[in-house]
Design a protein around this ligand. Structure first.
Ligand code: PGA
Length: 254
């Protein structure tokens, strides 16, 4: 069985002072779950260098919530994957639902950003998922396949297997309830099958497919025991270190 991947995305939260307080509390207990989980925290860009320094060699990794697809140049206000790497980041979230909704990110830009992540030896965590309207119209499967095809266009099997995919149905992000674990498993099965068709069995077996959307300590177990769910991404449930540690503890016990 693969080591479950557990991460939290702080979104636009936490000052430097709050970042320090969080890691001071989190790292004391997190150590005992390392080895049993692959653990990382996606912080705002302003906190990344400090978070990388605080985590040091602890085994807990940090990363960014977004970056641009070029490495350097006249792109005012942007941060590149090269800069994320330079600050000590190891992972980068790409194409989160909130970025698609509020910043109009396209599948093409997600593709270019994933390439930039790989080029800079980050692990891209690429978000895919459907809206509630698409689900109700039974379009989940074609939508997911279309997203995967567009994002992985021209990738080699080796490049594809270095990416993590985060299945986040839009209607479960920041919502009252998550997807049913059986609904998530079904979507994850579709994702793995698409990867198998494009890149073969070995890549499909290796690629990490994570679930995100209203994951909490009272439901994380039911997601992680699904055969095609290799880990979870946590939003609100990870903002408090103790609450996130309870989720990590459950994951480590599986
Ligand atoms: P949530 O956020 O856990 O608060 O629903 C999930 C996410 O945006 O990744």
């Amino acid at each position: 069985m693969k080591t479950p991947v557990i991460f939290t995305n702080w979104k636009m939260n936490k000052t430097l002072r709050e970042t320090k307080d969080y890691f001071d509390r989190f790292l004391i207990s997190a150590k005992k779950y390392l080895g049993k989980t692959e653990l990382f925290i996606l912080v705002p860009h302003t906190a990344l260098a400090m978070a990388a320094e605080l985590t040091g060699n602890s085994g807990v990794k940090v990363g960014s919530q977004n970056h641009f697809w070029e490495d350097f140049g006249p792109y005012t206000g942007e941060i590149s994957a090269a800069m994320v790497k330079d600050c000590g980041g190891a992972y980068a979230l790409i194409g989160h639902y909130e970025r698609r909704l509020q910043f109009h990110e396209s599948l093409d830009s997600i593709h270019c950003k994933a390439r930039a992540s790989l080029r800079n030896r980050l692990i891209p965590v690429i978000c895919i998922g459907e809206s509630i309207e698409q689900r109700q119209a039974s379009e989940t499967e074609p939508i997911i396949k279309k997203q995967i095809d567009a994002i992985f266009k021209g990738f080699t099997p080796y490049e594809a297997e270095r990416c993590y995919l985060l299945y986040e149905p839009y209607w479960a992000v920041g919502a009252e309830n998550p997807a049913q674990p059986s609904e998530a498993q079904e979507a994850h099965g579709v994702i793995r099958e698409s990867i198998r068709k494009s890149f073969g069995n070995q890549t499909a077996g290796k690629v990490r497919i994570l679930y995100g959307g209203s994951v909490r300590e009272n439901n994380v177990f039911r997601f992680l025991v699904q055969p095609d769910i290799d880990g979870v991404g946590v939003g609100r449930g990870g903002l408090d270190p103790d609450s996130f540690l309870r989720i990590v503890e459950i994951a480590a016990s599986i």
